[in-house]
Design a protein around this ligand. Structure first.
Ligand code: GRF
Length: 202
């Protein structure tokens, strides 16, 4: 049975990419295979994680493509030439245009470190999300996997997992708990769910 072909877009440390790699190795992610990792940052440790796992890894920067249009054109070339079925944004910190997201309608998913619709949208990324949750005084936060469309964090929700906020949490401590107890669990689970649907429908 052919597996769905997955590309993962990254920009930083790649802990969510690592969770996907580990899930494929352990068999938790069995309906899809990570065929490509693309980073928009040359120095992203996520590229090292991909190399360590023997996965093809590319660094494609907006600068080297002469701007946003060339960047997205290059992304589409690399993705479509490898017959990618599912694109996973895992810590990918680059805005993609409506043209790009429409080209891959319901083929891109993203992991966001809050329970959407809280603390999401323009300006909410990385530690800022957890700072806002702590400032608001929420007792529960978590992570969300959602489809990507032209609205930042606006696509349909696929999976969520709640995480308790504890007394004295700093943004860093809360970020780590949300990663460990939510992101690294629901992203591989959502990837498996969607890949199973993709190969089931093939
Ligand atoms: C994390 O905060 C994650 O929630 C967000 O990007 C950040 C870095 O993730 N999507 P990673 O370690 O690069 O996967």
């Amino acid at each position: 049975m052919a597996k769905a072909r997955i590309a993962v877009l990254v920009s930083g440390g790649g802990t969510n990419l690592q969770a996907l790699i580990d899930a494929e190795k352990s068999g938790k992610l069995k309906s899809g295979s990570i065929c490509l990792v693309i980073s928009n940052k040359k120095d992203a440790f996520a590229l090292q994680r991909a190399a360590n796992a023997g996965i093809e890894a590319l660094a494609i920067t907006r600068k080297s493509c002469g701007g946003q249009e060339g960047f997205e054109k290059k992304l589409i070339e690399e993705l479509d030439s490898r017959d990618i079925d599912l694109i996973i944004m895992a810590g990918f910190m680059s805005i993609l245009s409506e043209d790009f997201t429409r080209h891959y309608d319901h083929k891109i998913i993203n992991i966001h470190p809050s329970l959407i619709p809280s603390f999401c949208g323009k300006g909410f990324y990385g530690l800022l999300v957890h700072e806002a949750a702590l400032a608001k005084g929420v007792k529960v936060t978590g992570a969300t996997v959602h489809y990507v469309n032209e609205i930042p964090d606006g696509g349909e929700i696929i999976m969520q997992k709640a995480v308790e906020v504890k007394e004295g949490d700093t943004p860093e401590v809360l970020q780590k708990r949300v990663m460990e107890e939510a992101e690294w669990i629901i992203l591989p689970a959502a990837a498996e769910k969607i890949c199973a649907e993709i190969i089931g429908g093939k």
